[in-house]
Design a protein around this ligand. Structure first.
Ligand code: SIN
Ligand code: FE2
Length: 227
């Protein structure tokens, strides 16, 4: 996110914003405990309808250590055929449930983008799960940011530049924290080194949920005839 955009976001939310790098915004405690519990409640309802599934790596079929689900019009899936967004759950074949109101509020507060998010990936990490460094680049355009929300156990989040072999730093993300990858950081490499098991009491089963809100549909080019 550019400095002007960060100022816009700062003006809209009462939260403390920390710029970790150009475009990379960290909002500790974006959700207070009551909001975390309410969002978790909404998430439980979503997962009752769209259960966590086990994604596998394209080609090799190696399982991810996280389990996933989605909400909103489009959901990100990974299977032997590749990575993609699709409108239905890969196991139940039902449409994804509606995005929770608190997640939509986070996008409106922090996203600094005129269109709503059309995809929300839900990752569940048990205490042994992790996620390797990667870029989020399966969307049609990169003008919209990625807004990432953490619930449950603290994780060690790693972020770097837009170069795979560039330098990286780590940061602990606690329950209620938000991260925004936008502007110059929209394609920054990021991942989760580990989960600090037992660091939060929010989830009865332990572990961590991460919600990443994205805009998959590309920008509407002005003057372009949509037909
Ligand atoms: C992701 O990049 O999809 C997840 C990041 C996180 O769990 O914080
Ligand atoms: Fe990601």
């Amino acid at each position: 996110m550019q400095p002007a955009a960060e100022a816009t976001v700062a003006a809209r939310t009462r939260h403390h914003l920390l710029s970790l790098a150009p475009g990379l915004l960290y909002v500790p405690g974006y959700f207070d405990r009551d909001e975390q519990a309410a969002l978790l409640d909404q998430l439980r309802g979503i997962l009752a309808d769209a259960p966590l599934f086990q994604p596998v790596m394209p080609k090799t079929g190696t399982p991810f250590s996280v389990r996933m689900s989605n909400c909103g019009p489009l959901g990100w899936v990974s299977d032997r055929n590749g990575y993609r967004y699709q409108p239905m759950h890969p196991v139940t074949a039902r449409p994804w449930p509606t995005m929770p109101a608190l997640a939509r509020r986070a996008w409106a507060d922090l996203g600094d983008y005129p269109d709503p998010s059309d995809a929300c990936l839900i990752n569940y990490y048990d205490r042994d799960a992790r996620m390797g460094l990667h870029q989020d680049r399966d969307e049609e355009g990169f003008a919209a940011p990625v807004v990432s929300l953490s619930l449950g156990d603290t994780c060690v989040f790693r972020y770097g530049s837009t170069e795979r072999r560039g330098p990286t730093k780590s940061l602990k993300l606690s329950s209620g924290d938000a991260i925004v990858l936008g502007g110059a950081a929209r394609l920054a490499f990021h991942g989760v080194d580990r989960i600090l098991g037992g660091s939060s009491t929010l989830l009865a089963e332990g572990g961590r949920f991460n919600l990443t809100l994205r805009r998959v549909a590309g920008e509407v080019l002005e003057g372009l005839d949509p037909r």
